[in-house]
Write a protein that binds this ligand. Structure first.
Ligand code: DI6
Ligand code: FE
Length: 400
């Protein structure tokens, strides 16, 4: 067997679905050919006749699949550090919003930014994630809120995939907030639905998302967006039950959503519906932390009913200015009591599932893209345990 490259003396976190836990292989080897994984298993099971153009010894280092950040709003203009300062000084979110702050201040800055500006503003955030081994990222629009700006944000997100060695999945989140020029939420949803066919035709987005919440859009309005997405052949996802229980999880499941995200207020019925539909739960501890939330997502119900759990940064300028999946895992452990196995699966296999890309990435299995994160740690728990430390030894994208 002829490989392009082989890594020997590795400890593999394969996350093979059939294995329990992390699917660990000690004394492992992993090899690549044409960017794909050509072998991942026990050294002793390597076919005897192998050769490789390059051989690397890892001295027992741990290899995980490249990390997948499956929920971000990475592309936006400006930042909200000043608002954060005002909030620390006692201003309420509402006061800030009324004086032109909040989501709408990001909308203003994003509308004023060119595509180049947006790419340049986003690259440092992306580079921070890449430096921790992220090889696939989802990026939502939602700070443009008009046709030109939303399309520009999606184009900027697509361009990031050409600027860096990373796979970018894009999601159209036109139904994120009511833009200032609209008074009526239903009329704005008409406008959002009208944009969807062109977005699908131009391959600007892989999925459509909405913010279903008292301060954003109702379940009925969300359903209209979902119908338009389905008609255009796009997958759907949902910001669901973050601040109140509008039964967003159930709604997402009814539409066969890839994921429902946040879910702090989801009830057991929602969890059951998600399990039946195969809708992945994406938990976002960064927003929970930043907003000092108290209501925990229903983890026991998710576990009991077999809902798959992913974890992501929710990188956004308002409620989660977070560009570290390692720190996100630590927060998931301390705030949500997720286990090390759940967290590592949550930023690899389950995050890939939440993007509908599990057939291509997210585990160390023959035939998938050879996207790897190689870590200088003694044991996988260290990835979750340390705070503000990056033990990445090497990142491999498509075998190189
Ligand atoms: N949920 C959130 O917490 C953010 N968006 C969303 O759908 C808020 C984004 C912001 O404040 O800019
Ligand atoms: Fe979000």
């Amino acid at each position: 067997m002829q490989f392009d490259k082989i890594w020997l003396d590795a400890r593999l976190v394969t996350l093979k679905p059939a294995e329990t836990g992390l699917g660990i292989i000690e004394n492992g080897a992993i090899a690549t050919k044409d960017g794909r994984i050509a072998f991942a298993g026990l050294l002793s099971e390597l076919p005897g006749n192998w050769s490789a153009r390059e051989t690397v010894r890892l001295d027992g280092r741990w290899v995980t699949p490249g990390l997948v950040d499956c929920h971000t709003h990475l592309v936006y203009g400006g930042n909200r550090a000043h608002e954060f300062e005002l909030r620390l000084a006692g201003a309420s979110y509402e006061e800030i919003a009324r004086s032109g702050g909040g989501i709408l201040s990001t909308v203003k800055a994003t509308r004023a930014a060119s595509e180049d500006d947006l790419v340049n503003a986003s690259l440092p955030r992306l580079d921070h994630l890449i430096a921790e081994g992220v090889t696939t990222i989802e990026i939502k629009s939602g700070y443009g809120l008009d046709r030109d700006s939303e399309f520009r944000v999606l184009r900027a997100a697509r361009r990031l995939a050409r600027e860096r060695p990373i796979e970018v999945a894009t999601t159209f989140l036109g139904a994120h907030a009511l833009p200032p020029e609209y008074a009526d939420r239903d009329r704005y949803i008409d406008y959002v639905c009208d944009m969807i066919p062109a977005i699908a035709r131009d391959h600007l987005a892989d999925a459509v998302d909405a913010f279903c919440e008292g301060i954003a859009f109702s379940p009925e309005q969300t359903a209209r967006v979902f119908k338009a997405a389905k008609t255009a052949g796009l997958a759907v996802k949902l910001h669901a039950d973050q601040l109140s229980n509008l039964h967003g999880a159930r709604l997402a499941a009814e539409y066969g959503a890839l994921s429902a995200d946040h879910l702090e207020y989801t009830d057991e019925d929602g969890a059951i519906a998600m399990a039946k539909a195969g809708t992945t739960a994406v938990l976002l501890p960064g927003a929970f932390y930043m907003l000092r939330e108290k209501q925990m997502p229903p983890l026991d119900a998710f576990r009991r009913h077999g809902v798959k759990i992913a974890v992501a940064t929710d990188c956004n300028p308002g409620t989660s200015p977070l560009t570290s999946l390692l720190l996100t895992m630590n927060m998931g452990a301390t705030l949500f009591r997720l286990t090390v196995d759940e967290l590592i699966a949550g930023v690899t296999r389950e995050a890939a599932r939440a993007l509908g890309r599990l057939h291509e990435v997210g585990t160390l299995e023959t035939g998938k893209w050879c996207d790897l994160a190689i870590w200088d740690v003694e044991r996988p728990a260290e990835l979750v345990y340390r705070i503000g430390f990056n033990p990445l030894f090497q990142r491999v994208w498509r075998g190189a």
